[in-house]
Design a protein around this ligand. Structure first.
Ligand code: SAH
Ligand code: SF4
Length: 374
């Protein structure tokens, strides 16, 4: 096995790292120490893995350097519950990554969720999405995806998030990442191999050991990718970005619907549910005056009714990226929800958050680029 810029030490699972080191006559127990150094100690470089002899640290620094993306900008929301980073990759490309913190509530334990980018830019061009509007630069490597999680894991370990007592729950702190969602810049199923490899690395019991149930892949509807995901041993959560109740409407905001039609997408979702027995989340970005009318809710409910308890709708009031779109008001959102609920379709509204730091991925980079050009 040869390490390259596309395949560095952070691109490998523990077994692959052990194999690579074995080829260089470095014993297995060292491989374990190095992998644990990366993902348990969260060392930034080999010198941070103090159990390794100095000569080995030097050798590894030379033959397998670790590249960590550079933090160009760090933003925290005014409530201190969302943090967003603009990262510069080795080739100068900029990506965004975000950490969202949730205190314990009636919905469950406290959470620290990293929203991870899988590509620089995106090829799918959804009209409401800042990333879609910048076009596609390139796929991220597995190591570049993993690095986003590690950067936040280090931050939290160094400075745990303290939440106050609220609604009957005592005060406490969170010092580790509990969830990851591939919902940052890019389309994970367009970068299938690297996205899945990153999830395997983060799931690896020798290291970070985050359970597959705590990972979510969000897709615009890349049907071959959904079919492949259904067969993966790693049983992650699947979210489908639907955003319209029928294909004619979907085409208007999501060019992907010309290639993979909505009826084919629903068939792929049914097959996914059948083979995995797992629930699918349907994301629905609410665009005032476009897809938020009562008849749209009725049509959406009728499409999903056949999936019964295996479908959950997550309504997302749009984060306006252009003058063209604005989120509906609270009453319209409530009316939309009520129709779904009455039809027996489980649903929720994503809490708007991080608005003051440009929450949806792509907005921060767009703003940064505009600033640089002005
Ligand atoms: N490409 C994947 C994952 C990244 S986008 C996908 O499309 O699913 C993650 C989610 O953010 C998607 O549901 C996407 O539609 C949504 N999104 C994009 N732009 C948004 C905006 N301006 N406001 C709210 N949600 C947005
Ligand atoms: Fe790409 Fe997802 Fe944005 Fe669409 S919503 S352009 S698929 S990142």
């Amino acid at each position: 096995m040869i390490l390259t810029q596309e395949r560095g030490p952070l691109d490998l699972t523990s077994a692959e790292l052990a194999e690579w080191l074995a080829e260089r006559n470095i014993p297995k127990y060292r491989a374990k120490q190095i992998f644990q150094g990366f993902y348990k100690t969260l060392a930034a470089d080999y010198d941070g893995i103090s159990v390794l002899p100095k000569a080995l640290r030097e050798e590894l620094t030379n033959i397998a350097p670790i590249f960590t993306p550079v933090i160009v900008r760090e933003l925290r929301s005014s409530d201190n519950r969302t943090m967003k980073l603009l990262l510069r990759l080795r080739d100068g490309r900029l990506i965004e990554t975000a950490l969202m913190l949730y205190p314990p509530s009636q919905y469950g334990r406290g959470r620290a969720t990293v929203c991870v980018s899988t590509q620089a830019g995106c090829a799918f061009g959804c009209t409401f999405c800042a990333t879609g509007q910048m076009g596609f630069d390139r796929h991220l490597t597995a190591g570049e995806i993993v690095a986003q999680i590690i950067i936040f894991a280090r931050m939290l370990r160094h400075e745990p998030w303290k939440y106050p007592a609220a609604m009957g729950f005592p005060a406490g702190e969170i010092d580790h990442i509990t969830n990851i969602v591939l919902m940052g810049m890019g389309e994970p199923l367009h970068n299938y191999t690297h996205s899945l490899q990153a999830l395997h690395i983060i799931n690896d019991p020798e290291g970070f050991h985050l359970g597959a149930r705590h990972m979510t892949v969000s897709t615009v509807g890349v049907i071959p990718g959904i079919e492949r995901l259904a067969k993966e041993p790693l049983q992650v959560n699947l979210a489908i970005s639907l955003h319209a109740p029928n294909n004619a409407m979907r085409i208007k905001t999501m060019p992907v619907a010309r290639k993979w039609r909505m009826d084919e997408l629903m068939t792929a979702c049914r097959a996914y549910i059948q083979s995995t027995g797992r629930q699918v989340t349907f994301e629905y970005v609410l665009l005032a005056g476009i897809n938020d009318a009562k008849e749209h809710a009725i049509e959406l409910a009728s499409r999903l009714q056949g999936l019964k308890q295996f479908a959950h709708v997550n309504l997302i009031p749009v984060n306006a990226t252009s003058a063209e779109y604005r989120p509906p008001n609270g009453a319209d959102i409530a009316a939309f929800r009520a129709i779904l609920t009455k039809a027996g379709v489980s649903n929720s509204v994503r809490a708007e958050r991080g608005d003051d730091i440009a929450a949806s991925c792509g907005q921060l980079r767009t703003r940064e680029t505009a600033l640089r050009q002005s």
